[in-house]
Ligand binder design. Structure first.
Ligand code: IPE
Ligand code: IPE
Ligand code: MG
Length: 217
């Protein structure tokens, strides 16, 4: 079995840099390279959609220079992306710099009709916020049903989130896709995100293939 949609919680970038005596910002540049490797391998394995957790709503609590380093990596990548994937963002962009927001809208527009894998980037994202906002939308439209609620989630239209992979050793979701994760398989690795390679993706895929999913039945 191949997961239809994989979520990657890209954790461990700061520690990777600190262990090398580098500024934490260096971890985000290395993290981007790892993301590209991971996306290539994940697409090659036949996965239709990936969501990567790039910056949570709680990450605004980080020092300004660290956040700025992350925003810079994201904005540059948005501007330079010329591949055949569909890039889509989820999260609240209202607190991000205007240049970054413009680059987000640009890459979304440019890639909307692309034939490749969907790459969904969670930026300024928090699963609790997303749930509250979906509930509010559904209530404003009439009856709150599972269907009307799910239409209001930022992930609406993406395939079911079959697998969540978290790097960096922590075993928690940190607000990642809390509703969508209801029956996701969870895979945790101690590998720090910038060290993630093709074989780490393969290991997660093999583990997923061996899991028995019961959905309560
Ligand atoms: C995760 O890496 C990515 C973001 C929060 C943007 P961290 O920066 O949390 O790395 P560690 O967990 O401190 O090593
Ligand atoms: C989760 O990592 C967010 C991202 C990977 C973007 P954090 O480093 O922010 O999570 P906590 O603080 O360890 O839970
Ligand atoms: Mg972290």
């Amino acid at each position: 079995m191949i997961p239809r949609h994989v979520g990657y919680i890209m954790d461990g970038n700061g520690r990777w840099a600190e262990r090398r005596g580098l500024p934490r910002s260096a971890g985000y540049a290395a993290g981007l390279k790892a993301m590209l490797r991971v996306l290539d391998r994940t697409e090659a394995r036949g996965v239709a959609a990936v969501t990567v957790y790039a910056y949570s709503s709680e990450n605004f609590a980080r020092p300004a220079d660290e956040s700025a380093a992350i925003f810079d990596v994201v904005e540059k990548w948005n501007g330079s992306y010329s591949g055949d994937r569909k890039v889509r963002y989820i999260g609240d962009l209202s607190r991000f710099p205007a240049g970054l927001v413009k680059s987000v809208r640009g890459v979304e527009l440019r890639t909307a009709d692309n034939p490749g894998m969907t790459v969904c980037i969670a930026l300024g994202y928090g699963g609790r916020d997303d749930i509250v906002s979906a509930a509010a939308k559904a209530a404003a439209d009439g009856a709150v049903t599972r269907e009307s609620f799910e239409r209001g989630l930022s992930t609406h239209g993406l395939p079911p989130l079959d697998l969540i992979v978290r790097s960096g050793g922590e075993k928690r979701l940190s607000g990642f896709m809390l509703y969508e994760a209801a029956y996701s398989e969870l895979y945790f690795t101690d590998v720090l995100w910038p060290d993630m390679t093709e074989s780490d993706v393969d290991a997660a895929m093999e583990e997923f293939a061996g899991r028995t999913r019961k959905f309560g039945a």
